[in-house]
Design a protein around this ligand. Structure first.
Ligand SMILES: Cc1ncc(COP(=O)(O)O)c(C=O)c1O
Length: 374
């Protein structure tokens, strides 16, 4: 039994709830587990087993996951981090929080993901990291350049906020040992904790550092601290652990993830079939057989008018994302990115969540058809 979220076509995004999440949160509360604790640690183990990796470090959000991953890689003031402009602003905030400079690059017009050639063209002597964004959940293939980047001392830290469960030629996102992967488990994501995030580190040393940084830089574990009169603060840290109640939601979500994958892929296929007959509508190429799609983004002419017309018709459309190189806060790093600027004028996110029915999709596509007709 799953719980349908309210909203139908008027809602832009949202997770699937299976029901036991509610009991899991109640059980955590009744057992007295609130902050970091055994429930969080079990969720980390479940995630590591699911991915088949030695370590997963859970944190409070996907944004802080990226910030801590960058810091763990030693990224700091004066370093350059190559990143697509087309992403949620938090990717950029995570970079500038370390003191590093974002170097904005273009994305491919059909997948909306970065291309290896654009990354290589942006590399300078001060490049220390590359942050591909797995747009709509699609894995980014850097196989041809990842060794070269790593050998040049450049870290690859992927923003896989939208991509939990996707794979690249059968290899799950998060399992490439050359790449640090950051997931979000926020309210709209393929797998939700309510709010949450995780990092898949590349080495045990990185895992240890991340665990320390998420708990204010204290060297001792919680169990060790319970037995001692003092503790040692041995480095920078934030207070960004994943709370037990959120981890309890995540464990239920993970146990049922195959269903989420299937529903999201089916929804995407329904949209692809229904949109095929609409002229001037380009559906993002998500490589559906390997992707657990996070959203459904189309490119259309006259986007702003169509956005407002569909909203007036009660359809929960959105825009993901206004390009970051044009944002006031990031002005000092701005550059000319003609393709991204054009995409930014053309993208429209259609309602996409597991509670959407076939009738809802027909309604969305009919409203898009009417709006395109003027
Ligand atoms: C591409 C992308 N990056 C980063 C984030 C940030 O994740 P969180 O909201 O968990 O901080 C999100 C989600 O909002 C996202 O979609």
């Amino acid at each position: 039994m799953t719980i349908a979220l309210p909203g139908g076509a008027s809602r832009n995004a949202g997770p699937i709830l299976y029901g036991p999440e509610i009991k899991a949160v109640t059980d955590a509360l009744l057992a007295g587990h609130y902050g970091h604790g055994p429930i969080t640690e079990r969720f980390e183990t479940d995630l590591a087993n699911y991915l088949g990796v030695p370590d997963v470090v859970c944190v409070a959000t996907g944004t802080v996951a990226m910030q801590l991953a960058l810091l763990t890689a030693g990224i700091g003031p004066g370093d350059e981090v190559i990143v697509p402009s087309l992403t949620f602003c938090s990717t950029i905030q995570a970079i500038i929080a370390t003191g590093a400079n974002p170097v904005f690059i273009e994305v491919d017009k059909s997948s909306l993901c970065v291309r290896a050639d654009d990354i290589l063209a942006a590399v300078t002597s001060t490049t220390r990291a590359v942050m591909p964004v797995l747009y709509s959940g699609r894995a980014v293939d850097l196989t041809g350049i990842q060794e070269h980047l790593n050998d040049s001392g450049i870290h690859i830290i992927e923003d896989a906020a939208q991509a939990f469960g996707s794979n690249l030629d059968g290899r799950l996102v998060g399992t490439n040992r050359r790449i640090m992967t950051c997931f979000s488990f926020g309210p709209m994501k393929n797998l939700t904790c309510g709010e949450g995030g995780a990092i898949v580190p590349r080495t045990p040393e990185q895992a240890e550092k991340l665990r320390r940084m998420r708990t204010t830089g204290i060297a001792q574990t919680l169990a060790q601290r319970a037995e001692a009169t003092t503790y040692d603060v041995i480095g920078f840290g934030v207070r960004a652990h994943l709370q037990s109640m959120n981890a309890a939601i995540g464990s239920v979500q993970l146990a049922n993830f195959d269903q989420a994958r299937m529903i999201r892929q089916q929804l995407w296929h329904r949209y692809a079939a229904a949109l095929a007959d609409l002229p001037n509508v380009e559906l993002t190429d998500v490589d559906i057989d390997h992707t657990v799609p996070f959203n459904c983004v189309v490119q259309i002419p006259d986007r702003n008018r169509i956005f407002h017309q569909m909203r007036a018709a009660g359809i929960g459309v959105g825009v993901h994302y206004p390009p970051n190189h044009l944002q006031p806060a990031f002005e000092q790093w701005t550059t000319s990115l003609p393709a991204t600027e054009e995409i930014g004028q053309r993208i429209l996110t259609l309602p996409f969540h597991p509670s959407l029915s076939s009738d809802d999709i027909d309604r969305v596509v009919a409203a898009l058809h009417d709006a395109l007709a003027g």
